[in-house]
Design a protein around this ligand. Sequence first.
Ligand code: MN
Length: 319
Amino acid sequence: MGRERLSEYEARRDFSRTPEPRPGTGARPSVKPRFVVHKHDARRLHYDLRLEIDGVLASWAIPKGPSYDPATKRLAIETEDHPLEYAEFEGRIPEDAYGAGDSLLWDHGTFDTVPPGHAAEQRRRGRLDIELHGEKLRGRWHLVRTRLPRGRPQWLFFKAHDAFADPRRDIVAERPESVVSGRVVTRGPERRQVLEAPRPPPEWLLERLGLPPPRQVRAAVSNGRVALRNRRGTDVSKRAPGVVSALGALVVGDAVLDGELARRGSDVCFVARDLLWLDGEDLRGRPAFERRDLLESLLSSAGTAVTLAPRLPRARSGR
Ligand code: MN
């Protein structure tokens, strides 16, 4: 049931380009209906609430995110149904694709209606009274349709008065992280003016940042041009032509990465450890976990010659 409702989801996406799931690739309806909230750094940052109803994820885009204050009613714009597989999705939707930008799994759990088992009917009537059992969102909430304009139906999403309600709590600021990866920092789509801005050559960036830490290689990318040097400042790009072309293909204005060259069969690949510079910003003053989040975002669509070193244990205050 519900498959035919995914035609809009499929029509909007090119699955050879986006890492988002194709419908029908394995997810089964759950015993208890699931809900997820994605934190989606698209053209505008917003939160996508998705409720499992009739074999699909009914979806609403909430620009300001949820609030625990029952007096704060948040606009929720109905969007196309998503497949159940989307409940596991976290990653970056590539530039120029629909919804381009990072999307984190901000919350997940199960839900039911009050009284239980009436989700489809309540949705049709335009008033959902739900109880959420998430990691961040708990207790009873309301979703009320206010308008059926020519475009997307608009709803309001707000907290019910119960023991979890708390007007002082700012859950969006208090818990910014993904519940699956711990990632906090997101990157919106690369803007054309950033990608097309004139930039200094990559060698200039390497000189500006100085030498890499011991046993590492530093790579700079600038408008598709690449420079690769070892600790002694020697150009090592000839040793790793596949790495040079993979780095040159990254969709970014400019970037500087630390990592190592490693052998994989007859190929050489670059194992990235740190991101020091991104689109004109020196990241060295930012905490290590933020640089790591941005590095994962940057490399999400990189070719196989560029890989990520394993994430270090979470140290949120580390530099
Ligand atoms: Mn979205």
